[in-house]
Design a protein around this ligand. Structure first.
Ligand code: SF4
Ligand code: SF4
Length: 387
């Protein structure tokens, strides 16, 4: 593709084996050279770096974008005369005390980027939105002259994959997030809302930290896995399709990829992407993902319509993943009960009990359990069918 009069790749993946600052800088430079990534940055611009700061967790836990990467990017922006500002709104309060804890734990205070201290929220309208027509968003991103979406590669309880497309849900204030889960309880609608948000923000650049990724019980309680690369490009869905290919995840099980494909925003398979370099050399065998096979996938098999919807409902009841508590790991802190947007959790004998009929499978309880005690469970029929 042509960018600033130069022919550059739309999508690239480069090796980055660890977070050594020198190697990180070299890898980021190589990636950005391939995609012409910072050609749009001008002196004086305020560039918002939308990191993944999902919780107050240290970089070694692989839940958040690594501070060495944020620092390297901030350095490059400063060299171009821009003002880099890093921020996010994880689940919880969107205020200084809460975010200070997140900045400190995630190492953001050690970077050269300014830490976002604007905790205002604003209403926006999304006239082009297919699912979401209006939203309440964090004000700081609206005031930036350009946005860089710097995500983390993780498995995800609700969406299967957390990479570029999912990361912009952090533009919704943390206190509002349960309401969005409740407003869009169906994974397809939730994914449609995310694609609407991605289309609204249209960041100037998307980057994914896949040096140390998270596999298994993501996005906060999974296992760090060294996979050793950085991904960058201009289309979040193509990036996610590539990431799915790299970790061996069926793109048909990722609701945002399905929604994006239906809108013509990305192809069906990673093999159809135009990528700088040999991406297959970066494929990570045996990466543990959370398969999201659910009724969505079977609607077309039944020809859509009423029959398809009924079949889909049956399958989602008997096949879709659901949260389940690991009693030995649970400490009875009630965090899951407090965060549940559907009020589907009650505590009995200091352990959570989930009302399956009320549960909307948003996996907020799994995401925010501080002990990793809430797991994504696959019903027996689902496991049988997957064999
Ligand atoms: S948040 Fe986790 S540890 Fe706390 S009560 Fe729920 S399952 Fe148990
Ligand atoms: S029980 Fe968990 S997955 Fe179900 S609605 Fe509540 S927070 Fe979401």
């Amino acid at each position: 593709m042509k960018r600033g009069g130069r022919t550059v790749a739309e999508l690239a993946v480069v090796a980055c084996v660890d977070y050594n600052p020198t190697r990180v800088r070299e890898a980021l430079e190589e990636l950005l050279t391939r995609i012409g990534g910072l050609d749009w940055v001008h002196p004086g611009m305020r560039v918002g770096i939308k990191a993944n700061l999902v919780a107050a967790m240290s970089p070694e836990r692989a839940a958040t974008t690594h501070p060495v990467l944020i620092d390297a990017l901030a350095g490059m922006l400063l060299e171009r005369g821009a003002v880099p500002v890093v921020g996010d709104s994880p689940g919880g309060l969107f205020n200084a005390p809460f975010l200070n804890r997140v900045y400190a734990a995630s190492g953001m205070q050690s970077t050269r980027a300014e830490l976002n201290r604007d905790f205002s929220t604003r209403e926006i309208s999304l006239p082009e939105g297919r699912v979401c027509k209006s939203a309440c968003v964090t004000g700081w991103l609206l005031d930036c002259d350009g946005i860089i979406n710097f995500a983390k590669l993780k498995s995800h309880g609700m969406m299967g994959l957390s990479a570029a497309a999912k990361n912009l849900f952090g533009s919704i204030p943390g206190t509002m997030k349960p309401e969005y889960h409740f407003r869009y309880p169906n994974p397809a609608d939730f994914a449609g809302m995310l694609v609407d948000l991605d289309e609204y923000w249209k960041p100037s650049l998307h980057l994914v930290d896949a040096v140390l990724a998270m596999e298994g019980n993501g996005p906060t309680a999974g296992t760090p896995r060294a996979v050793g690369y950085l991904v960058g490009g201009f289309n979040p869905h193509k990036i996610d399709l590539l990431c799915a290919g790299l970790v061996g995840l069926d793109p048909g099980t990722v609701p945002t990829l399905r929604a994006a494909r239906e809108r013509g925003l990305c192809p069906e398979r990673a093999e159809e992407l135009e990528i700088a370099g040999d991406w297959k050399a970066f494929v990570t065998p045996g990466f543990v993902t959370i398969s999201q096979r659910n009724g969505l996938q079977f609607q077309n098999v039944m020809g859509g319509g009423k029959r398809g919807a009924l079949f889909s409902r049956f399958l989602s009841r008997h096949i879709a993943a659901r949260p389940g508590v690991e009693k030995q790991a649970c400490v009875g802190c009630r965090k899951c009960q407090e965060i549940c947007p559907a009020k589907a959790i009650v505590m009995k004998n200091r352990r959570p009990v989930i009302d399956r009929r009320a549960c909307i499978r948003c996996f907020c309880c799994q995401e925010f359990c501080p002990k990793g005690a809430m797991k994504v469970r696959r019903p027996p029929l689902a496991r049988l069918l997957e064999r």
